[in-house]
Design a protein around this ligand. Structure first.
Ligand code: IPM
Ligand code: MN
Length: 366
């Protein structure tokens, strides 16, 4: 079986960091002897400025023929905020039904954390962020704009269906980890409708189907405090979209910084070519953005992109039952862990090494 990969370098430093991930893919595929094929797509700010097109429905359909998508970054200083985010990134997440945003928060050995006295044993959890609902739906509007009577609304959406499939994924993940602990993070004391849907579903599903998984509940503000003071409280966190966005930046910060944080937008129900599948393939991307200030200078740290490739190989290998991809993913993770201590805690462009030098170090570690 050939791993079919759609590659979207995107804007700014995106293409540079993705190039290094592809070098690592070539080496990993060779050592685990599997075939892969890549196709590049030029979606992003530059194409939008040149053509006015962000992402067409026919292009989305094309993406559905791939096993996975590797994305660098989107965001362009010449494009108004919201256009690329909604039209490209969120459109892919929503229309390909990537309903899980998986964001590991793991302090690798030798990596410095800003939290005094915390070690890799204390910072090792994974955040399951719901990825298709909540404040991200874009329901709402603005009326009497520019007048003193201006009014705007943006609604928080929680559907039982969306909440339940996310919770089930999180329970299964928690059950597969040694601590068997799942923490729901919300704000049920204020968000008494959406919070209620999440809280009841959490307890009903847990009680009925996952009696072996211990359940905890934290308000999101308390969660921020605990992540900074006692991150060892967490093993698996499940959280709605917007709170998940916020706490995973904090998570990246305590585990060594944005330069090394990886993520996967997963559609666990998708198999290419299967008539029973809904949506499309999963997409893997660094948590960081396009850093236009240092674009094209071979300065950005590619470790987050390379670690996202590792996650891609591992998750896609597991989902498709393809051991060679899975093994390659684990080897790339190990190589990244090996190299990371030299670069963690540094700004994306302050490592003292070039993008391609860091890529080469991962290749050497492989
Ligand atoms: C992220 C980003 C995106 C989000 C933006 C770019 C739309 O911050 O992936 O965390 O809010 O989800
Ligand atoms: Mn974010």
């Amino acid at each position: 079986m050939t791993l079919k990969l759609a590659v979207v370098g995107g804007d700014g430093t995106g293409p540079e960091v993705v190039d290094q991930a592809l070098r690592v893919l070539e080496a990993a595929a060779k050592s685990e002897s599997f075939q892969y094929a890549t196709q590049h797509f030029d979606f992003g700010g530059q194409r939008f400025l040149d053509t006015g097109r962000v992402l067409d429905d026919s292009e989305l359909d094309t993406l559905k023929q791939f096993d996975a998508i590797l994305l660098g970054a989107v965001g362009h200083p010449g494009v108004k905020p919201g256009i690329l985010e909604r039209g490209l990134l969120l459109k892919m997440r929503f229309d390909l039904d990537q309903f899980i945003n998986l964001r590991p928060v793991k302090l690798y050995p030798g990596v410095e954390t800003p939290l005094r006295d915390k070690t890799p044993a204390d910072i090792d959890f994974v955040v399951v962020r719901e990825n298709t609902e909540d404040l991200y739906c874009g329901n709402g509007g603005i009326a009497r704009k520019g007048t003193p009577q201006e009014v705007s609304t943006q609604e928080m959406i929680a559907t039982r269906f969306g909440v339940e499939r996310c919770l089930r994924y999180a329970f299964n993940l928690a059950a597969s980890r040694p601590r068997k602990l799942l923490t729901l993070v919300h704000k049920t004391n204020v968000l008494t409708y959406c919070g209620d849907t999440w809280y009841r579903a959490f307890n009903e599903i847990g009680e009925a189907d996952f009696p072996g998984v211990k359940r905890e509940y934290h308000h999101v503000d308390a969660c921020c405090m605990y992540m900074a003071t006692s991150p060892q409280r967490y093993d698996t966190i499940v959280v709605p979209n917007m709170f998940g966005d916020i706490i995973t930046d904090l998570g990246a910060a305590i585990a060594g910084g944005m330069g090394i944080a990886a993520s996967g937008n997963l559609n666990p129900n998708f198999t290419p070519g299967s008539k029973n599948s809904t949506g499309g393939p999963s997409m893997f991307e660094p948590v960081h953005g396009s850093s236009p200030d240092i674009a094209g200078q071979n300065k950005a740290n590619p470790l987050a992109a390379i670690d996202s490739l590792a996650l891609l190989l591992t998750e896609t290998g597991r989902a498709r039952g393809h051991d060679a991809w899975l093994k390659a993913g684990q080897r790339v993770t190990a190589a990244v862990q090996n190299v990371t201590p030299k670069f963690a805690g540094k700004k994306l462009d302050r490592s003292g090494f070039s993008t391609s030098e860091i890529g080469q170090m991962v290749l050497d570690a492989l």
